[in-house]
Design a protein around this ligand. Structure first.
Ligand SMILES: NC(=O)c1ccc[n+]([C@@H]2O[C@H](COP(=O)([O-])OP(=O)(O)OC[C@H]3O[C@@H](n4cnc5c(N)ncnc54)[C@H](O)[C@@H]3O)[C@@H](O)[C@H]2O)c1
Length: 252
């Protein structure tokens, strides 16, 4: 899918990995619908004007996601893809000092990270499927954000790993089903990236994660994530797969 002059929705596009994707898409001449709880930085709205559309969106809400697409498309043009980054992190032992882990917390993580991702996938796919096919019969492309925690989650990550494992598991059935509409779908499983989510972790945990990265032994930059997203959007042979972007980290 060509990026310039096309419209992409980015959930979680006001911060971190999603924010870098928004910046890259705008730089490359796309229009972007940001679906996030908070607005993107004001300087982007000033710089890109009508090419950037924001409406406060909770990805777990059917009404919110329907509305951001229905209201955004008339301003930005027909939706050709979505980059789904909205997510939250949570750490809690199953058997902690205060007893068994909170079931409500587990449900909340699954609701935002997994159900929220599926909600955006299904409604973005529904919008994209209405539009005319382009080269190769392609109508659109979706990129979901999993995590290496889907494969090697640490102690305390049962909820987070389950939410990301669910994303990994649904890539192939979604790709198979959406193929008849000319829609591709892939996921990226990032290692550890320098975003507000990771900056909010305790210093000790952050340093221990960096130490576990073989090469380059540092946090990834959000633009490195955005660069892979761009490749997935533009390379039509990428479909139905999960790509680890992790500098070889295998979390202990
Ligand atoms: N940073 C990392 O190292 C890393 C590693 C692996 C996976 N991830 C995943 O990447 C994604 C982006 O993470 P990030 O590091 O950029 O985090 P971040 O906290 O910087 O950004 C997350 C964004 O999602 C938004 N958001 C949260 N809940 C939402 C909801 N219910 N509805 C709409 N928007 C919501 C937040 O407002 C925020 O703008 C997440 O899914 C995260 O699990 C991040």
């Amino acid at each position: 899918m060509q990026i310039s002059n096309h419209t992409f929705l980015v959930s979680g596009g006001s911060s971190g990995l999603g924010g870098a994707c928004v910046q890259r898409l705008l730089n490359h001449g796309a229009s972007v619908i940001v679906a996030d709880l908070v607005p993107p930085p004001q300087h982007l709205a000033d710089q890109y004007g009508a090419r950037l559309f924001f409406q406060r969106t909770d990805v777990t809400s059917e009404a919110d996601v329907r509305s951001v697409i229905a209201t955004g498309e008339p301003q930005t043009g027909p939706l050709r893809g979505a980059v789904i980054c909205a997510g939250v992190v949570h750490a809690e032992r199953v058997l902690g000092r205060d007893g068994a882990a909170s079931l409500d917390a587990f449900r909340r993580i699954i609701d935002i990270n997994l159900n929220g991702t599926f909600n955006v996938v299904r409604l973005a796919a529904d919008a994209i499927a209405q539009h005319e096919p382009l080269e190769d019969g392609e109508r659109g492309v979706l990129v979901m954000t999993a995590s290496v925690a889907a494969y090697d989650g640490q102690i305390g990550q049962a909820a987070y790993s389950a939410s990301k494992g669910g994303i990994v598991a649904m890539v192939l059935p979604l790709a198979r089903e959406l193929a008849r509409y000319g829609i591709r779908i892939n996921a990226i499983a990032p290692g550890v990236f320098e975003t507000p989510m990771v900056q909010s972790m305790p210093e000790k945990l952050r340093l221990s994660l960096i130490e576990q990265v073989p090469f380059p032994s540092r946090l990834g930059s959000p633009d490195e994530f955005a660069a892979l997203t761009e490749q997935i959007l533009t390379n039509r042979m990428l479909n139905g797969t999960v790509i680890r972007l992790d500098a070889a980290i295998r979390m202990s």
